[in-house]
Design a protein around this ligand. Structure first.
Ligand SMILES: Cc1ncc(COP(=O)(O)O)c(C=O)c1O
Length: 367
């Protein structure tokens, strides 16, 4: 989707906040582990390239979700190690090797397909994925893992790491987390040899189990200043949210009792009501279920009324503001604040999803 800088609905990204969060996490986990910044999904909506460039000197590497995200980083002179976390289609391994991009290796079958491609894969680096209980990708037993190591060795593929991913590191109940940890440790113990990197921790595990970080901390949502647990667990240190979403009023009018607003005419005025229009809608990732939530204008909460359309929505205003009056959708205005977490709760989802869904049409500006 085309970015729309002339629309005055920007996301304002605080790169300093991201840097501060990384520094705090570094202090929290100590210096023995490498820290990889997870910048997949356009750095959780914050902009992969500006974020990666601004934190390049603070981290040891980057994690992305697919090969295109990794190539984009390399094209923008990101020289540190890059690990692709999801399984990629096997016929692209040659591209990964040529750009020194490390791939997650999800299974023996996948590695056999890589080898059978007959492209140049000598020197390709892989991190063997272990499914210790997440159920997405990875081997479940040591025999398969060791067969992969043997196949990699035979074909000049570098067995650089082994990793797993926790399903419940952001929860107070540690039963599943401990079971996954034990399963991963047992499998790593049975490997024919230990690679350079053994890793398992995401933001939640790094925050609440810092002593268990192994060779790499894969730091995602916490570097953007969000609590991975929502509100379930208290943070061991303060994080600084890095994302503000702003807009401005494009139209203001008074409607009268009986007048309706939006598709489906779901809002009917019962008295004279001042209605402001804001240029944001579900095509921006500002979804229809935001009806009934609020934004900030002039330091006051204003209710979103009527259905959110594709490109616009309406709010109930305290007074007749001028066109161009600022509207805060995420962030502070005066004494009040709207957080991604509050929006997530309104929508019955997680803060990650709120930011990742905000589309490219919202242009990103950087503090
Ligand atoms: C394998 C893996 N590691 C690390 C992360 C980062 O997780 P978080 O954003 O919770 O730190 C993710 C994110 O989904 C992931 O899939």
């Amino acid at each position: 989707m085309k970015s729309s800088p002339h629309r005055h609905t920007p996301a304002i990204i605080d790169l300093k906040a991201i840097q501060n969060n990384i520094k705090k996490m570094r202090q929290h986990i100590g210096s023995k582990a490498d820290l990889f910044a997870v910048v997949k999904a356009n750095a959780y909506g914050h902009g992969a390239i500006p974020v990666a460039q601004s934190v390049h000197d603070l981290v040891d590497g980057f994690c992305v979700s697919n090969l295109d995200e990794a190539i984009e980083l390399r094209n923008h002179l990101i020289t540190k190690p890059i690990l692709v976390l999801s399984g990629i289609v096997p016929d692209n391994a040659d591209i990964a090797r040529s750009l020194n991009i490390t791939l997650a290796a999800p299974s023996l079958e996948w590695l056999e397909l890589i080898v059978s491609q007959k492209t140049n894969i000598k020197g390709l680096k892989i991190h063997l994925a272990v499914d210790s209980g997440m159920g997405r990708i990875g081997v479940r037993d040591a025999a398969e893992a060791n067969a992969m190591i043997e196949l990699a060795d035979k074909n000049g593929i570098i067995f650089d790491g082994v990793f797993t991913h926790f399903a419940t590191a952001d929860e107070a109940d540690l039963t599943k987390y401990e079971a996954q940890k034990a399963k991963f440790a047992a499998l790593v113990n049975q490997l024919s040899r230990r690679p350079q990197y053994v890793h398992s921790t995401n933001s939640a595990a790094g925050l609440w189990h810092a002593d268990q970080v192994q060779d790499i901390e894969r730091l995602g949502v916490a570097m953007y200043g969000l609590n991975p647990s929502g509100r379930a667990l208290g943070l061991p240190f303060d994080l600084e949210p890095a994302f503000e979403l702003k807009s401005e009023l494009t139209h203001v009018k008074t409607i009268h009792a009986g007048d309706t607003v939006g598709y489906g005419a779901t809002f009917t005025a019962t008295e004279d009501t001042i209605v402001g229009t804001v240029s944001i809608g579900y095509a921006d990732g500002w979804t229809r279920d935001m009806q009934g939530f609020h934004v900030l204008v002039d330091g006051q909460f204003c209710e979103i009324i009527g259905r959110v359309s594709m490109d616009q929505m309406c709010i109930k205003c305290e007074k007749h503001y001028k066109i161009g009056t600022p509207v805060t959708l995420i962030g502070k205005d005066g004494a009040h604040e709207i957080t991604a977490q509050e929006i997530a709760e309104w929508r019955h989802t997680i803060n990650y999803e709120v930011l990742c869904l905000l589309s490219d049409r919202i242009y990103r500006v950087y503090k």
